[in-house]
Design a protein around this ligand. Sequence first.
Ligand SMILES: *Cc1c(COP(=O)(O)O)cnc(C)c1O
Length: 392
Amino acid sequence: MLRETWAEIDPRRIVDNVRAIRGTLPAGVKLMAVVKANGYGHGDLEAAEAARQAGADCLAVAFLEEALRLRAGGVRLPILILTPIRPDQVELAMARDLTLTVTGADWFRELRRHSPTLAGRKLRVHVKADTGLGRIGFRTEAEWDALVPWLAAPDIDVDGFYTHFATAGQADTAYLERQARRFAELMTRCKASGITVRHYHCAGSAAALRFPGLALDMVRIGAAMYGFYPARLTPPVPLKPALSLHSTLMQVKRVRQGEYIGYDNAYRAEADEWIGTVPIGYADGWSQRMQGAPALVRGQRAAIVGRIAMDQLMLRLPGPCATGDRVTLIGRQGGQRIAFAELAAHIDGAAQEITTALTDRLAKVYANAKKEAEYAWDNAYFQPQRREPTVI
Ligand SMILES: *Cc1c(COP(=O)(O)O)cnc(C)c1O
């Protein structure tokens, strides 16, 4: 590791979270672990492996490329692609044993133009209904009826039928109940049409953990497996974050009251202050929306002051610190902690927005024996020189 800025990821915490979530589910409910967006920024293969160890039945990703990466990495569990792929890509997906999301009859019409026989094999699909999120899925009874003859073909295997909620993380459950009722109507329609479906599912993390009655045959768990839960709600089991983010002070200086810090003179020292420069910026995924957020240095809070630049940011330090001191942007240091919930509130977003934004320019360090050894070696080799500041 050459850079002094890194994310530490402990896949054992993902294992613990998935096991804990599994423990809340009614017997027989399958668990689909969602590892899209590079495992919510934690590493797709690492997240998939943790989910497998914890007994996940299958995986989900958003896009075909993400599924191909998992297969190339040796992942064998069933994988559902949550957004429809192009019909001309279906043979590639089938060759990798992937399960597809379908939403309408037009897609099948185009598929049959491309691949009339599907090379004699069965295509496994989950049909997606839009019950109120307004994103993807068929919406009306007429659209469902148009799908039925295509789904009834002998080379189509309807493994699932699902929908997704818009407000599962909100305290007010009225809209969620409305969506659940609409989904129940569509399930009835589906059963009446003679299509055999193996798994009905509707719940992501928040719905599955808040309302076990919505678990149906399967739940799709993303956020909670990484330790994330909606703001102001309490999960029924403890969830542990698996990622922390660290850097080091690369310069420490004393500035006088009234001096400016950062681009656009966005901060002016309120008093004589200690300012530290940290080599992480928006090109690492630490967005300018993090301006004003805290970091930890020497076990104390220090605010990010001034604009966050592409490669650096500045902290108003609690006092004189040394170059080479560790800076923690997410996680624990000393007795202090910066939690995802606090940062998510700061950016008025979700924790997964923070972790998925982290870019490949940052090193990722995994807490397992082999990686810990590599990291220890690197760390010893590249241990930054500590220099105590000169007090003026
Ligand atoms: C991302 C996604 C999920 C996972 O949701 P979480 O809230 O992160 O658990 C489930 N289903 C669909 C359709 C998704 O797009």
